[in-house]
Ligand binder design. Sequence first.
Ligand code: C2E
Ligand code: CA
Ligand code: CA
Ligand code: CA
Length: 278
Amino acid sequence: AKDRGKNNYQFYTDKLHGLSSRKMELENGLRKALEQNQLMLHYQPQVNLETWKIIGVEALVRWVHPEKGIISPAEFIPMAEETGLIVPLGKWVLKKASAQNKVWQEKGYSPIPMSVNISVRQLQEDRFIDSVKQVLFDTQLAPKYLDFEITESVMQNSEKTALILDQLKELGITLAIDDFGTGYSSLSLLKHFPIDKIKIDKSFVDDIIHHSNQGAMVKTIIDMGHNLQFDVIAEGVEEQEQVEFLLKNGCVVGQGYHFSRPLSVEAMEELLIKNNEG
Ligand code: C2E
Ligand code: CA
Ligand code: CA
Ligand code: CA
């Protein structure tokens, strides 16, 4: 038993070392990616479920690794949050997405808001508001064409967060709760923060087709959202059946593979041009 304990310990520490060196490699790599311009944005349309008209676009970051190819944000955002790299990374995303939206407006496409994911760590950084103001100044994008998506599960119901959100709201930026329904304090967040929009988490939208509860949760969230005067958008819409259910229950905006995957700038522009014509 003693021996086995020792082996287990050995195994455990080896695993730990493996894990931490892989983590360090990833962290150093991401630092380099920021310096060497290996990050890029993809864009996914948010559409009117009835007409397919594009009414917004979400910016989603990608890491184009010189050897590994495209790395998904699910792999590096959590690490970026842990290490604080999310602050410079998030700043880069905000600037890039805002500049892109301004370019689209200058090209004559119908102006639409750009949704940007903001991590809580970023939000609570001391100079966050200043850096947002700086981006607005540098890009000359009107603040109403920016929408910040903040993930509910990590949003803390704190005085400090409320203060920052109030300032963003005052600037004219709209605020959305991302992954709505997955946290434990959804209702209290809606009460204490100046939120404009709730984004129903994909897991609930999935329930519509899997019939786990006949979409009762989605229905409840839509009704509650509208009763409290929030805009409601469904994420992760993949099938026509979901579209029909959402429309029947009063949700008119959605985002998901059914309409489009996240696209490169060029591909997104083609959609925006069609959007202008239609
Ligand atoms: P999210 O904000 O919930 O973004 C939606 C994710 O779902 C995206 O994954 C998108 O590509 C994917 N998606 C959209 N429609 C569908 C669908 O119909 N079916 C399925 N299966 N997936 C769909 P992505 O781009 O890999 O991003 C993952 C997460 O990484 C995001 O989840 C967000 O939390 C985070 N993230 C991405 N970009 C940023 C960023 O710039 N800053 C921060 N802080 N987080 C980001
Ligand atoms: Ca999002
Ligand atoms: Ca989401
Ligand atoms: Ca989600």
